[in-house]
Ligand binder design. Structure first.
Ligand SMILES: [Zn+2]
Length: 57
């Protein structure tokens, strides 16, 4: 499993998403961003930041 702590990109957010693969985590992070942060889409630089922040869980 891999996981990503949203606080790495959005200071103060304690949301954590996880998935089997990096792609799963990115999809979950995009869904979290839409629901929790009102981001209709995730810019490339944010995708890169998320990818860099993904850790093994
Ligand atoms: Zn968040």
């Amino acid at each position: 499993m891999k996981q990503f702590a949203c606080g790495n990109v959005v200071p103060g957010c304690d949301g954590v998403v996880s998935g089997e693969t990096v792609e799963d985590v990115l999809a979950a992070a995009a869904a979290h961003a839409a629901e929790a942060h009102g981001m209709a889409s995730v810019p490339d630089e944010v995708v890169e930041a998320i990818t860099a922040g993904i850790t093994d869980a």
